[in-house]
Write a protein that binds this ligand. Structure first.
Ligand SMILES: Cc1cc2nc3c(=O)[nH]c(=O)nc-3n(C[C@H](O)[C@H](O)[C@H](O)COP(=O)(O)O)c2cc1C
Ligand SMILES: Nc1ncnc2c1ncn2[C@@H]1O[C@H](COP(=O)(O)OP(=O)(O)OP(=O)(O)O)[C@@H](O)[C@H]1O
Length: 255
């Protein structure tokens, strides 16, 4: 007999983690996630991870949904106080109490703000440090290395250009202190002055050992925002700024 938590769980944030401490399995109802899309969520705990597409269950009545939980051997549910489910969100905690033991968790807040996926999505686009605090860890995105313009290596500094393979929410444009595949790095996000295209590129600090490899799996962890994206008219000015960014990182950030 199992204790289950149910919801979107996008972000696997501090409030989700608190709930999950009390559960044996968590049941993801996929309604379009962009902080921890796809199966990313399953890797943030050692709990059993069940996955339903909202599309496939949204028309079920509360009783039909309860039958599914029963078949999964669920005896107890641990839920946030706002939890609703079933067609038109018609099912609430009171219905569930007739069928399961239910533990209700009061809304978890940080600085008086309820911790929720939709709030963290907003923070990722505005203030990465704050997003990280609500997540309880640094925000990460994953993708693969793709071929760049070939300019960085020759005229600026070597960069790894990244294509995301899931619909991750992208932090606002600018330069970030990051870890890329666990190595200290600077990551640029935005419209490049060089060709007016949007790109995500990482320069790994002291990267002599890095082997460029198109298609390689890349993971970028955002530690802090360094500066806004700037428009440069010449490659010399851009290179000068990038060198300054690297110097700043080396002198200020201890890892
Ligand atoms: C640390 C760092 C900071 C950057 N800052 C800017 C910037 O402020 N403005 C900009 O247009 N491009 C910036 N870039 C991106 C460069 O324009 C880009 O690396 C260059 O166009 C080379 O592209 P490539 O790797 O496709 O050859 C930055 C890149 C790095 C690594
Ligand atoms: N701040 C919180 N405090 C306590 N429980 C929470 C909190 N946020 C979510 N939960 C609970 O976590 C479970 C998963 O919920 P869900 O994925 O909808 O979270 P959410 O972060 O509120 O998402 P969204 O922002 O999309 O509404 C639910 O039982 C929900 O009630």
């Amino acid at each position: 007999m199992k204790t289950a938590a149910i919801g979107g769980f996008d972000g696997m944030h501090t409030a989700h983690q608190e709930l999950l401490k009390r559960a044996d399995i968590f049941i993801i109802i996929e309604k379009g996630s962009s902080i921890t899309p796809g199966f990313d969520r399953c890797y943030y705990t050692n709990l059993g991870c069940e996955y339903f597409l909202l599309e496939n269950i949204k028309n079920l009545t509360p009783v039909e949904f309860i039958e599914i939980l029963k078949k999964m051997n669920v005896k107890k549910l641990v839920l946030g106080e706002d939890f609703r489910f079933g067609k038109n969100r018609s099912g609430d905690i009171n219905i569930l109490k007739n069928f399961f033991e239910v533990e209700i968790i009061k809304e978890i807040k940080i600085d008086g703000i309820g911790v929720h996926s939709h709030i963290i999505r907003k923070f990722i686009k505005e203030d990465i440090k704050k997003a990280n605090r609500f997540l309880g860890r640094n925000y990460k995105i994953k993708g693969t290395q793709i071929k760049g313009q070939g300019l960085g290596n020759k005229k600026l500094v070597p960069t790894i250009n990244i294509e995301l393979f899931k619909p991750y929410i992208i932090p606002k444009e600018g330069v970030y202190i990051t870890k890329t595949n666990n190595l200290l790095s600077l990551t640029f996000i935005g419209i490049r002055s060089t060709d007016n295209n949007f790109s995500i590129e990482t320069h790994i600090i002291d990267n002599e050992k890095w082997i460029m490899n198109n298609g390689k799996l890349m993971e970028i962890e955002f530690i802090d925002f360094l500066r806004e994206n700037k428009k440069f008219n010449t490659l010399i000015e851009l290179k000068h700024q990038i060198k300054k960014d690297i110097e700043y990182l080396k002198s200020s950030y201890k890892h």
